[in-house]
Design a protein around this ligand. Structure first.
Ligand code: PHE
Length: 339
């Protein structure tokens, strides 16, 4: 019996030393000390032992059991420490590794362009005016001297909600809204969205942005308009930029002009950006028509003024070299993060 116990002890201690994982060690524990374990089996077999030998054998079993338990717990401790060490080694964080790049949002090129325009004009003493995108035909057309047969009033050009309510086709209605109830001098710009029933292509969009401008005071002339736009163009496109007026027609200005800026890439010689022209058209302008002043409650015999309407997309596309207007609305981060 004694030899059997010594043997069990020996193989238990060897198994403990050989267990490489906490799970393997647990299996060893069950094998020797568990309910059906080898040592337990000896205690169960005590019935067959002579009564006078029982206390001795019992004491031996208990000693061996204690020895095995001690060895088990020491090994458990070792294995735990080992696995912790391994974990620490494997999961170590290299603090010198570059951190994953954090993406920071940016202002849309239209917003950047519009903000710059606002900055330049407010620097010249202009105020910002606002008007609704859902507008009445009165402000969008009638008060702006646009006759009933003007093509821009057509169903095919304009989004109507009802006969008299529409998505504004231009920011010019803000001219009238800024005049009403005010005594000049008036100096305002109004950037915002406008809508036209156009099919989207590289140069057209049913929604785009304009920046309206209006100055009214005593003795305002076309010279003031030219000076203001020349100053703006230099600030926006560079000191060497020149402007050019071409005769045009708008119902709400007389005389009217389309205004080009000299190409800031080639300086006017002609290049890819200006399509060989040397000039890039960016706005419509003119002296405010007397009928428009009247509609705004201002006496054209006392006051005069000029107005302009700039295409913000047009300016953004030339400045950033964007060749397709649709890119502006696609919300593709790969496009937007370039500006
Ligand atoms: N509203 C005109 C357009 O959309 C631009 C413009 C504004 C022209 C003010 C003259 C004066 O084309």
């Amino acid at each position: 019996m004694k030899e059997q116990l010594e043997q069990i002890k020996g193989s238990a201690l060897a198994a403990i030393a050989g267990a490489e994982t906490e799970q393997a060690l647990e299996e060893v524990r069950v094998r020797f000390l568990g309910k059906k374990g080898e040592l337990t089996a000896i205690l169960r077999g005590m019935g067959a032992v002579a009564p006078e030998d029982r206390p001795k054998i019992g004491a031996m079993v208990n000693t061996i059991r204690a020895e095995i338990e001690e060895s088990l717990s020491a090994r458990f401790g070792d294995l735990k420490a080992q696995s912790m060490e391994r974990k620490l080694r494997e999961e170590r964080i290299d603090v010198t590794m570059p951190a994953p790049e954090k993406k920071v949002g940016k202002l849309h090129p239209i917003t950047q362009t519009s903000n710059r325009m606002v900055e330049i004009f407010t620097g010249m003493g202009f105020e910002i005016a606002e008007g609704p995108e859902v507008e009445s035909t009165y402000f969008n057309f009638d008060a702006l001297n646009a006759p009933a047969d003007h093509p821009s009033r057509d169903d095919t050009d304009t989004f109507y909600f009802s006969e008299n309510v529409l998505l504004r086709t231009q920011t010019s209605p803000v001219q009238i809204r800024s005049m009403e109830g005010k005594i000049p001098p008036i100096r305002m710009i109004s950037p915002g969205r406008v809508y036209r029933s156009d099919v989207a292509d590289a140069t057209h969009s049913p929604m785009f942005h304009q920046c309206e401008g209006l100055v009214i005071d005593k003795g305002i002339t076309m010279g003031d308009l030219k000076g203001t736009l020349a100053t703006f163009a230099k600030a926006m496109f560079g000191e060497r930029t020149r402007i050019r007026f071409r005769p045009h027609n708008f119902p709400f200005t007389e005389p009217s002009a389309e205004v080009d800026v000299s190409c800031f890439v080639c300086g006017g010689k002609g290049c890819r950006l200006c399509k060989g022209e040397g000039w890039i058209e960016i706005l419509g302008a003119g002296m405010v028509h007397p009928n428009v002043l009247r509609a705004g409650g201002i006496d054209p015999d006392v006051y005069s003024g000029f107005a302009f309407g700039m295409g913000i997309e047009r300016v953004a596309m030339t400045m950033f070299g964007i060749n397709d207007l649709r890119l502006m609305c696609e919300n593709d981060a790969r496009f937007l993060e370039q500006f």
